[in-house]
Structures are given as structure tokens and as C-alpha cells.
Design a protein around this ligand. Structure first.
Ligand code: BG6
Length: 517
């Protein structure tokens, strides 16, 4: 039974064995960018270490910069040396490096695409077989459209469109900046590609702990019966970072926490935590459930007084004992900026399972520590037996799924303190990836690049999914834009966020957990 299931669902196969990706030419648009050197090239190298790249694998870097092949190969080698989770093994690396080439060209003129097509054909001639072309768009979003249109116009999108070697396109975030632009981008994509050829990235889905969410929920029988409004008091999702905007000030000014983290990463965590069980593990069944969940979220009224949304900007403070500037003093940031570096929301899900259960989400830069977690807080038992607060220190049972950095799950229980007197205190049961599996787990991008080559879209965002999420977020962004800095809260860098975010929970009789294991 397991054997048949595994063959049917690539999701079940994981990284454990070669999953039969056809011969592939991966073309990275934005080849000299930060993401390429920090994440994509090291991920490709690590796939090769694990023998997971298809036998005839070629890498082409595409960028506006003029560069010789040798210089590109040198830059890639540096990125593996600096950012790979495993040390560079020259013999393995040489197999990728020596066939890698650089293709310089503008993004919005047809000629370089024609030449790119010729280059792919010449690789096919050398190999004596067809290859699939995987176009990885890792550029600033302003050139997504011209790239997609030119891939279409040059015939590259339609190469073997329905065959085993159909071209594929992987698109990095941000996918639009509001509902209208996301729809517009989807329309451009679907004019050139079938949805089955499209892989919209949210790298959180490639994280081991995020994939484990489905296993935790649906491969254990003890949690699912409790996973509903009868037993759950509230759910808290935290994606906190201690870093500031660093050198990305001018990008971040156009984005802010809502677009950068909430619309995509935190919404994905929410969907996987709250969705109904899918009928099977195939990509469409899982994505159908996520979309259903997003549609059940009650639209927010961002204009209402004491609304369900808080935005804030970090002020100067101390992080790790070091003084750091406020957001408005960062490079590339307008001193009067109205961009939020923190956002918190209270969401209600109007469906049978979750009616009446608040879902709180928060994400921010320059917070007290880097930690991402999902905390499912259960209702307290009736206060009949252990009601004397002097002796009985009781916490709500809480299941905390730590997404990063200290991956694992913690269960908060109440326990009797050993002794002749009956006293209680909350205790923690821990499961840590580090102790159970060791620490060298694959990076999100390894999984995602492999899945896109193999053709498994489970961990990618479908077009309607991204629109459903933008539909919820866009009215908030529009209201914020209208009010400018009015209503913007402030928090000290290195803290857990603004007071207003605490009040958001206090009003419901809850409080934020001190995130962490
Ligand atoms: C990116 C955001 O999508 O995710 C960054 O643009 C953020 O601002 C990053 O720092 C966080 O990713 P991770 O994997 O480090 O949690």
C-alpha cells in the first residue's frame, strides 16, 4: 500500500532518493543577484552532493551585466564556499561549474531570448536528446512581466508545452503588490504558460518544519480531534526577526512587513494550520483546501477604531547588546517613512471548525529574537479541582510548533511538583529536530528547486491562492496608504513589538506568548 501511495504522490518521496527529473537546463534570470548567490547556487550544489540533480544538468545565468563565463563560474564558486551548508567538494562542484554559462541581455528586448533559445538547442544537440527548460525568475518584480512576455514571444514558454519536457517557470516573490497587480501578473503568466508549468515560490513552504505541519496534523490521531473550536482557545503565529532592513532599505520602503511577510509566509502557515484534511496528498487537493480556508477568513475592517490590525515601526534600541538605529535612520529609508516594519492581526475564520476562535498573527523586524512558531492554545479545564491560585500555577495546554531556528515541537502541560504538598506548575515536553535527526537538514530552496524540476507543485502557490490572500490584505494596505503615518505605532528595536499589539490580545482576554521553545 505504502509503495503505491509513494509512487502516486511525489510529496511522499522527499529528498531521500533520486526522483527522476528529466534532463534540465535551468536558466536563472537575475543571475548576479543576492538570492542567486546566497540561496539558489548553494541549493543546486547541495542537490548535486546528494546525487539528486538529473544526469544532464546545465545551468545558465541570465543578467543585464556583461560577464564572461569564467567570471560567472568564479562568482558561483565563491557563493558555494560562502553560503553552502556543506563544504565545497571540488570534484562534485566541477560537474556543475564546468558546464555553466552566462548569458548577458536585457529583459525587455527579444533578441537575447532568441539567442537563449539557440543556446538551449545547442545543448540538446550536444546531448543528443531533448531537455526541459526551467526558467527561474529571481529578478526585481518590475521586470517579471517583460521576462514572461518575451519567454512567450520567443516560443520558449511553449517548448514541448504538453510533453514530458515542457518548459517551466519559477517565480520568486513578491507576487504583485496588491490584488490588482497580482491578477494582472497571473493574467500575463497564463497567456504564456499553462498553470501546470508555473511554480510560484514561497520559500517557507520548503522548510522542513512547514512540511511537517501536515504530518503532525494528519498522521497523528491524538491532535486532530482537538483541533477545533470546542477545544482550541486561540492560535498565535509569530514570525519574528532580530535583523533590521540592512542594505535592503529601498526595497523595503516599497514593501513593509505586510507585503514582505504577512501576505505570503504567515498566511501560508495559517492555511496549513487551519485547513481541512485534504482528500489526498496530491498538489491540487492540498491547494484546494488552502484556498477554501483563505476564503473563509472574515474580511478585516482596518478603519474601525480599536480594529484588528496593528502596524508599527522600530525605533532605535539594543539588539544583542548592541545599539541599533531606528528604521527611519536606516540607509535608503525616508526619514518620514510610513512603511511598517511590524504588523499584527486578529483574524476570524468563519467555518464550522473555527468559528469563534481568534487567530493572531505577528511579524516584525528588529524584534527581541529570531523565532517563527505556531502556538495552538487549548481551553482551560473547568476550575473545580485546582482553583487555589496560591498553590496551583496552571497554564493553558499549548502545542508550539517551532518553525525556526530551534526546530521542533513543545507541549505545555501542568504537572504536580514532587513533594508532600500538592502544588502544580507548567512543564514542557520537547521534541527537537536537532537531537532526533541531527542538524544538517536540507535548505528550503533545495526542496523547491528539486520539486520544480520533477514537476511537483505541492509546495508552490497556485494563482487563485495568491489572489485570495491579496484580497484580504489589500483593503488594509489601502487604508494605511490613505492615513499615511497616522496610526503608526512605534516599538523599541530588540523588544517584542508595540503596546498596541499587546492590547489587541488583552481585549480578547489573551496575551502573546513569549515566543521560543
Ligand atoms: C523574505 C523576506 O521573504 O524572508 C525577508 O523578504 C525576510 O525580509 C526573509 O528576512 C525571512 O526568511 P527566513 O527564511 O530567514 O525566515
Amino acid at each position: 500500500m505504502l509503495g503505491t501511495e509513494t509512487q502516486r504522490h511525489p510529496f511522499l518521496q522527499g529528498l531521500s532518493k533520486h526522483r527522476g527529473a528529466p534532463p534540465t537546463v535551468i536558466v536563472i534570470f537575475g543571475a548576479s543577484g543576492d538570492l542567486t548567490s546566497r540561496k539558489l547556487i548553494p541549493a543546486i550544489y547541495n542537490l548535486s552532493v546528494d546525487n539528486l540533480l538529473p544526469p544532464d544538468f546545465h545551468l545558465i545565468g541570465y543578467g543585464r551585466k556583461q560577464m564572461e563565463n569564467a567570471a560567472f563560474q568564479e562568482a558561483m564558486t565563491e557563493s558555494v564556499k560562502t553560503f553552502s551548508r556543506r563544504e565545497l567538494n571540488d570534484e562534485i562542484w566541477a560537474r556543475i561549474r564546468d558546464t555553466a554559462s552566462y548569458h548577458s541581455g536585457g529583459y525587455d528586448e527579444p533578441e537575447p531570448y532568441r539567442k537563449l533559445g539557440e543556446r538551449i538547442e545547442s545543448i540538446e544537440k550536444e546531448l543528443g536528446r531533448e531537455v526541459q527548460a526551467l526558467f527561474y525568475i529571481s529578478t526585481p518584480p518590475s521586470v517579471f512581466k517583460p521576462i514572461l512576455e518575451n519567454l512567450g514571444a520567443s516560443g520558449l514558454a511553449r517548448r514541448h508545452r504538453h510533453g514530458a519536457f515542457a518548459s517551466k517557470v519559477v517565480i520568486e516573490k513578491p507576487f504583485g503588490r496588491d490584488l490588482e497587480s497580482a491578477r494582472d501578473l497571473n493574467a500575463v503568466i497564463t497567456r504564456q504558460f499553462d498553470e501546470t508549468q508555473v511554480y510560484r515560490i514561497d520559500h517557507y513552504l520548503g522548510k522542513e518544519t512547514v512540511q511537517d505541519l501536515l504530518v503532525r496534523r494528519f498522521a497523528n490521531s491524538i491532535f486532530e480531534p482537538l483541533w477545533n473550536r470546542r477545544y482550541v482557545d486561540c492560535v498565535q503565529i509569530t514570525v519574528a526577526e532580530d535583523i533590521g532592513v540592512g542594505s535592503r532599505g529601498s526595497y523595503y520602503e516599497q514593501s513593509g512587513a505586510m507585503r514582505d511577510m504577512i501576505q505570503n509566509h504567515t498566511m501560508q502557515l495559517l492555511s496549513l494550520t487551519a485547513m481541512e484534511p485534504p482528500v489526498s496528498l496530491d498538489p491540487e487537493s492540498i491547494r484546494d483546501e488552502k484556498v477554501k480556508l483563505l476564503k473563509a477568513i472574515q474580511p478585516l475592517d482596518p478603519g474601525a477604531r480599536q480594529g484588528d490590525v496593528v502596524r508599527a515601526q522600530y525605533a532605535e534600541g539594543l539588539v544583542g547588546g548592541k545599539k541599533v538605529p531606528g528604521y527611519a535612520q536606516e540607509d535608503g529609508v525616508d526619514p518620514d517613512s510610513a512603511t511598517e516594519t511590524y504588523a499584527a492581526l486578529r483574524l476570524s475564520i468563519n467555518n464550522w471548525r473555527w468559528s469563534g476562535v481568534p487567530f493572531y498573527m505577528r511579524s516584525g523586524k528588529r524584534m527581541a529574537r529570531r523565532v517563527s512558531e505556531i502556538a495552538v492554545q487549548f481551553k482551560r479545564p473547568p476550575g473545580i479541582l485546582f482553583s487555589d491560585a496560591e498553590r496551583f500555577d496552571l497554564a493553558s495546554n499549548t502545542m508550539v510548533i517551532q518553525i525556526q531556528p530551534d526546530e521542533g515541537t513543545t507541549l505545555l502541560l501542568n504537572s504536580k511538583i514532587p513533594g508532600l504538598e500538592t502544588r502544580t506548575q507548567p512543564v514542557k515536553m520537547h521534541f527537537r529536530y536537532r537531537t532526533t535527526y541531527g542538524s544538517n537538514t536540507p535548505e528550503a530552496y533545495e526542496r523547491l528547486i528539486l520539486d520544480s524540476m520533477v514537476g511537483d507543485s505541492t509546495l508552490f502557490i497556485r494563482g487563485d491562492e495568491t489572489e485570495s490572500s491579496w484580497k484580504l490584505i489589500t483593503p488594509i494596505l489601502e487604508t494605511w496608504e490613505k492615513y499615511g503615518r497616522q496610526g503608526m505605532e512605534s516599538y523599541v528595536a530588540g523588544s517584542w513589538g508595540p503596546l498596541a499589539a499587546e492590547q489587541l490580545l488583552w481585549r480578547q482576554g489573551h496575551e502573546w506568548r513569549r515566543a521560543g521553545p
